[in-house]
Design a protein around this ligand. Sequence first.
Ligand code: KG4
Ligand code: ZN
Length: 316
Amino acid sequence: MKLLGIETSCDETAAAVVEDGIKVLSNVIATSLDLHTHTGGVVPEVAAREHLRQISPVIDKALEQASCTWEDIEKIAVTTEPGLIASLLVGVNTAQTLAYIHQKPLIKVNHIVGHVYANFLERETPPQFPLLVLTVSGGHNELMLMRGHHDFITLGETLDDAAGEAFDKVARLLGLGYPGGPIISKLAQEGDPTAFKLPRPMLDGANRLNFSFSGLKSAVRREIELMPSLTDQLVKDMAASFQQAVIETLVDKLVLAARDHEVKEVHLAGGVSANSLFRELARKKLPDRLPLFWPVQNIFCTDNAAMIAGAAFFKE
Ligand code: KG4
Ligand code: ZN
């Protein structure tokens, strides 16, 4: 069964055709990233206008690349929440109109759930439940126990800034571009992760599996204010120290959750799952017996529509 997925929750206008929830026949992404680079973050009004401009050609291209006509598409899937409201509306209105014209069922997909299903795209073996999944992106940090398809229990979430957001804000403090994650992780390779003593936000009690990164971001700001000048080497050292603090915190909580729950697999999902230190440290600290997964291709880590079509296939 072939589904058309549509995703417009942030700054990517995306459409994809996916067969049986796994096989990606096309995955088209147009991004308005260049328009947001100089502002250090997404401007919602600018993003929504770009979605309007891009949505029709992106959908046409997704069908064409998958060698499909509307007759081949059985259902349409669209991200309905969470996200920037004006951006979401472009995708939802388009999907509703297409569903009406072509008489196809419309499936609503939650964006965070979409990120989880990105990990099953192009996978050779079916997922083994229960599994533990940590979705870390620009807007969300969700630690969830997945007991079956679309059957989630939230174990922890962010109390303030998500990890990706912290990467983006620290990049701005360091005078770097947007999005901050890939830039910081590249600079970190030439920096000393022990150069700055930054806090590891380890909340306890009821919050032991929740996340809080705004204090870490403020600590970085204080350190930068104390520097007489921000040399290239100091930027690299701060990038490495900050990345180490965020990733250690994420992994430590994942390990705690894996101790609390009998699971068969562990998954890293969302934009930050592209980070190689995250993958490396998670593999090192989790028990060897636990298989660890992240998206098969890096393009499935960040926002895309294939994950939305994948999630919808397993919904009903
Ligand atoms: O999932 P995503 O595309 O969008 C949201 O749903 O928010 O994630 C984007 C986030 C950005 O904050 C970006 O800085 C971060 O993922 N990111 C990374 C890396 N690649 C993207 N963070 C750390 N290391 C990376 N390699
Ligand atoms: Zn996302």
